[in-house]
Write a protein that binds this ligand. Structure first.
Ligand code: GDP
Length: 390
């Protein structure tokens, strides 16, 4: 067994040092023999979203602590961060909140914490950066103010590490591995290890895997790839595909004839793993990203329910005006696009969150906790989670 895999990311106001911190972590851990790879890439959420111009720039690095393997994303710009969180292009188990010690939490710090909370990032670790240039008394105030901010959003026992990303980078470049700022980076990684629990690996639940991608292997058949959300699957098991177009939302039974991971045949696919499943009983062009593979009968399609939503404000690129009962946007569950009606009490104001009922024009695979984007034409105007299905 390899080390447990954890997804994290950096969040915080522009210029507070997110990119510098990302490179400090990789440099320090590389010097300690632990960073694996580094690349700059773009995540395109899906071909559909690419067509709508939703492209997310992210820096993607990987490193290892004593016990874990971390995949770390850093969205350089505020707009990229917002899009990443809304579309769920990269799902974080926890996030590092960067705060500049000479500035304190600023507007985007607050928005990022709010959005992290809204999309279900459960754990934060705070890094108060640039203490090399900040007045020590101010640092204490910034620590207190940041603790208060994260507490106000329901984050408990959040560790706060004080240090300097630039100081760490400069020390490593000068060959000084015992510098105190280098140590602040190690302390940050230890805080990630200690504070972000192992993501729940639910092996006992019925198998469930959202479809990420589909391809054909010559002579073998249709392959779907994705990350197993829960349960365990073995070759020969029957599964259902939920959300096929043109079958009135009815699930289709198919058989899994093979399981692969990193080009190796595997005896099973377990919660948390990224796998490719070879399927019999379905053509490649019938399956698309956003559909779900489940153990037979494990989940059903629904046409509505209750959701917690967050409506982007005008300055976040969202709506300029409030909406009321009867509002009819498009709901994007992955790339699955369904128009629906929102029922709410009174008006929902941009920049606010609200609990609403929604009714979709057709049934799709829905479950509690499923996330969606709310769009008007080509514009993302909000995001939400399903809290109950009907
Ligand atoms: P981002 O916009 O949050 O990604 O911020 P950057 O990483 O681009 O950093 C913004 C500026 O702050 C750059 O000029 C960095 O060199 C500087 N910076 C980052 N970390 C530190 C630090 O620990 N101390 C000092 N003095 N400057 C820093």
């Amino acid at each position: 067994m390899g080390k447990l895999h954890i997804n994290v990311g950096t969040i915080g106001h522009v210029d507070h040092g997110k990119s510098t911190l990302t490179s400090a972590i990789t440099k320090v851990l590389a010097a300690d023999g632990r960073a694996r790879a580094r690349s700059l890439e773009q995540i395109d959420s899906s071909p559909e979203e690419r067509m709508r111009g939703i492209t997310i720039n992210v820096a993607h690095v990987e490193y290892e602590s004593e016990t874990r393997h971390y995949a770390h994303v850093d969205c350089p710009g505020h707009a990229d961060y917002v899009k990443n969180m809304i579309t769920g292009a990269s799902q974080m188990d926890g996030a590092i909140l960067l705060v500049d010690a000479s500035q304190g939490p600023e507007a985007q710090t607050r928005e990022h914490v709010l959005l992290a909370r809204q999309v279900g990032v459960e754990y934060l670790v705070v890094f108060v950066n640039k203490v090399d240039v900040a007045d020590p008394e101010l640092v204490d105030l910034v620590v207190m103010e940041t603790e208060e901010l994260v507490r106000a959003h329901g984050y408990r026992n959040t560790p706060v590490v004080v240090g300097s990303a630039l100081g760490a980078v400069q020390a490593i470049d000068a060959g000084k591995r015992d510098d105190r700022f280098v140590e602040s980076i190690r302390a940050l990684v230890r805080a990630l290890d200690a504070h972000i629990p192992d993501p729940a690996r639910d092996f006992a639940a019925p198998f469930l895997m959202p479809v990420q991608d589909v391809c054909t292997i010559k002579g073998r058949g249709t392959v779907v790839t994705g990350r197993v959300d829960r349960g365990i699957l073995r070759p020969g098991d029957a599964v259902e595909i939920i959300g096929l177009a043109g079958e009135g939302g009815k699930p289709r039974a198919v058989t899994v004839t093979g399981i692969q991971s990193f080009h190796q045949d595997r005896p099973d696919a377990r919660a948390g793993e990224n796998v490719g499943l070879l399927l019999r009983g379905v053509e490649r062009d019938e399956i698309e990203r956003g559909q779900v593979l489940t153990a037979p009968g494990a989940i059903r399609s629904h046409a509505g329910g209750e959701a917690e939503i967050y409506v982007l404000s005008a300055k976040e690129g969202g709506r300029h005006t409030a909406f009321g009962p009867g509002y009819r946007p498009q709901f994007f569950f992955g790339p699955t696009n369904v128009t629906g009606t929102v029922e709410c009490e009174g008006l929902v104001v941009p920049g606010d969150r609200a609990r609403v009922r929604f009714a979709l024009d057709r049934a799709i695979a829905l479950d509690k906790g499923v996330r969606f984007a709310i769009r008007e034409g080509s514009r993302t105007v909000g995001a939400g989670f399903v809290v109950d299905v009907r």
